[in-house]
Design a protein around this ligand. Structure first.
Ligand code: ADP
Ligand code: MG
Ligand code: MG
Length: 210
């Protein structure tokens, strides 16, 4: 499986679709343990990304991802803007000048992006954040790749892992972000950012399978 520019452009468009469809769902999750704006934030951010795509889609993968990060950074107020911005900007830096990536390489590039999110937001696994999806999912995909899993099976495993990880945040107590102010009362609710990350991963599978 290889990733070319068209997959990235399709992925970003599918992210915009999924956040338009799931705006209320994500905002409802954020109403339980936050300030009821996560769906609004993600939809606003990715609508802007979609709007900007025609201007950048002649450039390379790295430039498109970097532009996505800058757009998210400037159009999403709140914690998730700088964090998702960092994810895309650092992933872009890791991709560099390459025009075609193996899926394994792209997973490594995303890992650099997530390392950026961790160094910016200081969340550890189990803190009930978006990192509780990205860190285990990327690790799971890496392990599956090492076992020789590829193609549709690998994408299925990636999505299955993302869904499980998003659900796993329900029982966690938030230690970062707004939800952490609730202490014990954050337990029993699914984390909005973990859920938006899961939706991005589902969109990635869809972009790869067409
Ligand atoms: P805000 O909380 O500022 O309103 P959002 O509602 O858009 O921002 O995003 C909230 C999400 O951001 C949380 O559900 C969580 O997944 C994520 N988040 C918050 N703080 C951190 C952090 N320090 N590291 C990683 N993710 C975080
Ligand atoms: Mg919020
Ligand atoms: Mg907010």
């Amino acid at each position: 499986m290889q990733i070319e520019k068209q997959h990235i452009v399709t992925w970003l468009n599918l992210c915009a679709d999924t956040f338009a469809r799931n705006q209320d769902f994500l905002t409802d999750l954020d109403r339980d343990i936050g300030d009821a704006d996560h769906g609004l934030n993600m939809n606003r951010g990715f609508s802007k990304v979609r709007e900007n795509l025609p201007k950048v889609q002649e450039q390379n993968i790295s430039a498109i991802l970097k532009n996505t990060g800058m757009t998210l950074l400037s159009s999403i107020g709140g914690a998730s803007g700088p964090l998702y911005g960092t994810l895309f900007i650092r992933t872009a830096a890791s991709v560099g000048a390459r025009e075609v990536l193996s899926f394994a390489e792209f997973i490594d590039d995303l890992k650099s992006g997530v390392d950026g999110v961790v160094s910016r937001g200081k969340a550890e696994q189990g803190d009930k954040t978006m990192c509780d999806v990205w860190l285990p999912v990327l690790q799971h995909v890496k392990t599956a790749l090492e076992k020789g899993t590829d193609g549709e099976y690998l994408l299925d495993e990636m999505v299955e892992s993302a869904e499980k990880c998003a659900i796993s945040t329900i029982e966690m107590r938030a230690k970062k972000g707004r939800a952490s102010y609730l202490g014990e009362r954050s337990i029993g609710h699914q984390d909005p950012g973990a859920t938006s990350s899961m939706l991005m991963i589902k969109a990635l599978k869809q972009a790869m399978t067409g």
